[in-house]
Structure formats: structure tokens, C-alpha cells
Write a protein that binds this ligand. Structure first.
Ligand SMILES: Nc1ncnc2c1ncn2[C@@H]1O[C@H](COP(=O)(O)OP(=O)(O)OP(=O)(O)O)[C@@H](O)[C@H]1O
Ligand SMILES: [Mg+2]
Length: 503
């Protein structure tokens, strides 16, 4: 059950099924109890009538029992031909009374059975007769099902020993004879409850969907606020924020406001810190350069000073990169746009690459249209972009490799390609290549000839996007890497990328 809606509906269905089952059970037990109470009352009434009839008949005639062979010779009776029985005229009266009636003598032996009683199965009948023989007093109870008529409810009534010879009267009735029996109730509930369950399931599903709709909308809106640049957006909160979802909206909005504030102060801090570092670094560099050129500097210090200068240069680059990105994030890195020949910039980058490549044994080639390719760009930023790409290409290509620069004018856009035959990037690393401070194999490349901070490509990506363009990369380990930058002709700058400076 993946969705809350599904879980709610499922839970609702389970609860409802349990409630219906509990209700059915309660109804069943209550109905059975009252049906049995009703039956017991009827049996009591019937036994009263039979007892009165027997007693009055005895009082009137002085005899109700006779010793003779019974009038009806059934298989059972012929065995006991010597048994006593009720006088036929008394039996005739009783025949018009209760359906199931057993009259027994004082020894518990059968005196009389109504015709209907004889239709009971032998097992049930002997059960009833057994009651009169047991000698217990007045009792009410049930005989478990022994035949097709099912369980039988009975009432035993003992008669006072007045000399009539009648000992007990048993009235009985199968519980299946009760007009609205519990079984019938169960059947009705079995038919109705699936319909109730299905109906309420559909209703529950609809209700859950309705209740969760605001949550769904909120999720969609939150999904749109994915990056740091959209943190100024807020969720619409309906009404006076009384329901749970609205309160959630207010809370999330509060959180977004705090996040926006933290992001802003983080950017501010990075920008301010890198800005503050620039001046001391310049002073350092000037000082070290002066010491390097001073004739009084002892020769043994020159190497250390040289190393210091290199570190200072690297640090300056890092600080510059940080400042650029922090300003870009704040929307305070404006583009100085002008109509410029991008092909000339590519040629320039190729020349730099040739110089760099000559040192490390990497061959550089360039393919570009002979005529100028004019585009509205910030030349210094595009120069920075190309420089980042070609220094990477040369840096990550071993001696004997090749670096190829390409420029293609596609009309609606211009595509710049920087391809190398270098070490490449593993497929799993490619998604991170434009992340800030991300570098493959950090331990090996933080120092040495492949030193760098890992900001170059992040800046490159920002420059491409600030121009309304994009950058893509393809790479195979040990086969080479290809970066393609596309710059559109009709420029649509990325949000906040080319805003005018505010400070
Ligand atoms: N042409 C390339 N071939 C192979 N790997 C590359 C190439 N360009 C970039 N990478 C990988 O991507 C990482 C990030 O590159 P990026 O230019 O951002 O940082 P850097 O070159 O290490 O440092 P910086 O450019 O800040 O001095 C590099 O460390 C390198 O692992
Ligand atoms: Mg780099």
C-alpha cells in the first residue's frame, strides 16, 4: 500500500468489516436470546395448560391413566404392550393442545405423546423421554441437535403426587420453529454486508482522496522549489490556517523563510570572506615577488620563496573562484554583454592550450569557421570558460595525447567543443563533475601537477547558463573527454544571472 490514500481506505475497510462483524454477532446473540426467551414463555404456557387439563380431568373423573395396550400399535409400543397410558378421552383433549408434548407416569415411563412429537427423529425422541426418567425437578433447557429437526428446547414440569399416576409433563419445540430465527438474521446480514462494505469502500476512497488533495498540491508546489534560487517562493495557504494542511503550509513557509535567510547569509559570508582575503593575498604576493627579485636575498631562500609564491597564486585563484560563484548566487555577477567574435576567443584559447600542451607533450588542434562568429556575450567570461576547459583538457591528458577545439555555427546557436584523449571520467562520477569542489581522485590531484580546487567546471557551467546556454559532457575512462558548450543567438539569460550590480 504505497499511498496514504490507499492505506486510509484499507484501514477504513478493515474497521468497517470488523464493526459489521461485531454488530452481526451482537445482533445474533441478542436475537437468539430473545427468541429463546419467547420460546420458553410459550413452553411454560403450554405446560401450564396441559397440567391444568390433567389435574382437572383427574378431579372430575378420578382416573386419567389406564393399564391396557395402547390404541396405536407402533413398532415401539408393541414391545411394551403392558405399559400404562392416558385415558383416550384425556388424550383427545391434549391432542388439540401443544404440538410437542410428552406425558410420563411417576416412574418416568411414557404415558402419552402427541402425534407431532412422534414425527421427531428417534434420537431426539429418546432424549426427551430420558428427561422424564431422570427424576430432576422442573427444568428448562436445550437438547443438542440429534436429528434433522436440529436442537430442541424443552420444559419439564413435575406434577404433585396426587394419585393420578401422572408424574411429569414435557413441552418442547425445535428452535428452528422460531419465526425469525437467528440463522435467518445471519443470512440477511451476509447478503447485505458486502454491499455496505463495497459502498463504503468507494466512499472511503473518495473521502481520503478529497482529504489529501491539499497535501498533494502542496507536494507539487514544494517540488517546484528545488534549488537554492527558488527559496524566495512560498506555498499558498488558504483560509485562517485552521486545518492541519494549512498549518503545515504555514510551518513549511516559515522553514523556507529561515532557509532563505541562512542561504543568503552563507553567500554573503563567502562573498565577504573571499573579498576580504583578496587584499592580504595581493600584499603577500607583492612582498614575496619583491624578496625574490631583491639582490640581497640569500640563494638558499629562493626555492622556498618560489614555492610560497606558487601557493599564493593558487590561493588567489581559489578566492577569485569563490568570489565569482558567491556573487553569481547572489545575482550580483553581471555580464558585460557586447557583440563579440567568439571564433577569435576560441583561437586565443587554442594558442594558450598550445603553450600549455607544449610543456607536457600534448598536441592541440583547432577547427573553426574562417569568418568571424559574432554573438552577444561577455568576452572576459567566455574567455574564462574556454580557459577552464582547455586547462582541464591539457591537465588531464598524458603526454602524447591530443586536445581538439571546435567551433560550429548552427545558426540559432553556436557550439564550442573541447575534446581530449586523456584520462576520462568514470560514468559514476560524471553527474558530479560540475559540483563545487568536486574532484576525481582527490588525494592524488589536490597537489602536484594536477593541482586545483575543483571550482573550474562549476564556474564554467554558471558562465554557460548565464549566457542562456548549456554545457554537456561525454567521457570514457582512459579514452578521453568531450565538453560541448552551446550558446544561443537569441539570448535568454538564466534567472538572476545577468542582473545589474547592486553593490
Ligand atoms: N578533461 C578532463 N578529463 C578528465 N577529467 C576531468 C576533465 N575535466 C575535469 N575533470 C575532472 O573534473 C574535476 C573537476 O574539474 P574542475 O575544473 O572543476 O576542477 P580542477 O580542475 O580540479 O580544479 P580548478 O579548475 O578549480 O583549478 C577534476 O578534478 C577532474 O577530476
Ligand atoms: Mg579545472
Amino acid at each position: 500500500m504505497a499511498t496514504i490514500r490507499g492505506r486510509l481506505t484499507f484501514g477504513y475497510a478493515i474497521t468497517l468489516a470488523a464493526s459489521v462483524a461485531a454488530l452481526t454477532l451482537a445482533l445474533y446473540l441478542e436475537r437468539r436470546g430473545s427468541a429463546i426467551r419467547e420460546l420458553d414463555r410459550r413452553l411454560e404456557l403450554e405446560s401450564d395448560v396441559a397440567v391444568q387439563l390433567l389435574q382437572q380431568s383427574y378431579a372430575l373423573r378420578g382416573q386419567v391413566v389406564r393399564r391396557s395396550a395402547p390404541a396405536i400399535e407402533s413398532a415401539r409400543d408393541t414391545v411394551r404392550v403392558e405399559r400404562r397410558s392416558l385415558e383416550p378421552w384425556v388424550a383427545a383433549y391434549l391432542e388439540g393442545g401443544p404440538d410437542y408434548l410428552v406425558v410420563a407416569d411417576t416412574a418416568g415411563l411414557e404415558l402419552y405423546l402427541t402425534g407431532v412429537t412422534r414425527t421427531l427423529s428417534d434420537a431426539s425422541l429418546s432424549g426427551l423421554l430420558g428427561l422424564t426418567a431422570s427424576g430432576v425437578g422442573d427444568t428448562v433447557g436445550s437438547l443438542p441437535a440429534r436429528g434433522p429437526e436440529g436442537p430442541i428446547r424443552f420444559r419439564v414440569r413435575r406434577l404433585p403426587r396426587d394419585g393420578s399416576g401422572v408424574g411429569a409433563v414435557v413441552t418442547a419445540a425445535p428452535t428452528s420453529d422460531v419465526p425469525f430465527g437467528p440463522a435467518q438474521l445471519l443470512r440477511s446480514i451476509a447478503v447485505v454486508s458486502p454491499m455496505i462494505l463495497l459502498g463504503s469502500l468507494a466512499l472511503g476512497y473518495w473521502q481520503a482522496g478529497r482529504g489529501l488533495r491539499p497535501l498533494k498540491q502542496m507536494t507539487e508546489e514544494l517540488e517546484a522549489i528545488t534549488d537554492g534560487r527558488s527559496l524566495h517562493r512560498r506555498l499558498p495557504v488558504a483560509g485562517a490556517a485552521r486545518d492541519e494542511v494549512s498549518r503545515l503550509g504555514v510551518t513549511v513557509n516559515g522553514m523556507l523563510a529561515r532557509l532563505e535567510q541562512s542561504f543568503a547569509s552563507l553567500r554573503r559570508f563567502t562573498a565577504d570572506a573571499s573579498h576580504e582575503l583578496k587584499t592580504p593575498l595581493m600584499v603577500f604576493r607583492a612582498g614575496v615577488e619583491r624578496a625574490l627579485t631583491h639582490p640581497g636575498t640569500p640563494p638558499e631562500s629562493l626555492e622556498a620563496l618560489d614555492e610560497t609564491l606558487e601557493q599564493i597564486n593558487q590561493m588567489s585563484e581559489l578566492v577569485d573562484g569563490l568570489l565569482t560563484l558567491a556573487r553569481a548566487d547572489e545575482g550580483r555577477a553581471p555580464l558585460a554583454l557586447e557583440q563579440h567574435d567568439v571564433a577569435a576567443l576560441v583561437t586565443e584559447a587554442a594558442e594558450t592550450a598550445e603553450i600549455l600542451g607544449a610543456e607536457t607533450g600534448v598536441a592541440v588542434s583547432v577547427e573553426r569557421p574562417t569568418e568571424p562568429v559574432i554573438l552577444e556575450v561577455d568576452p572576459s567570461r567566455i574567455r574564462q570558460l574556454l580557459l577552464n576547459l582547455v586547462t582541464n583538457a591539457v591537465k588531464y591528458t598524458p603526454a602524447g595525447g591530443r586536445v581538439r577545439l571546435g567551433l560550429e555555427d548552427r545558426g540559432w546557436e553556436v557550439a564550442i567543443t573541447v575534446a581530449d584523449t586523456g584520462v576520462g571520467v568514470a560514468a559514476g562520477d560524471l553527474p558530479h563533475i560540475f559540483d563545487r569542489f568536486w574532484r576525481a581522485d582527490v588525494a592524488r590531484s589536490r597537489t602536484g601537477d594536477r593541482a586545483g580546487a575543483g571550482l573550474g567546471l562549476a564556474i564554467t557551467k554558471w558562465i554557460a547558463e548565464a549566457h542562456g546556454g548549456a554545457i554537456t559532457v561525454q567521457s570514457r575512462p582512459n579514452r578521453g573527454t568531450t565538453f560541448i558548450v552551446t550558446l544561443p543567438r537569441g539570448r535568454e539569460p538564466a534567472p538572476g544571472a545577468g542582473d545589474p550590480p547592486t553593490a
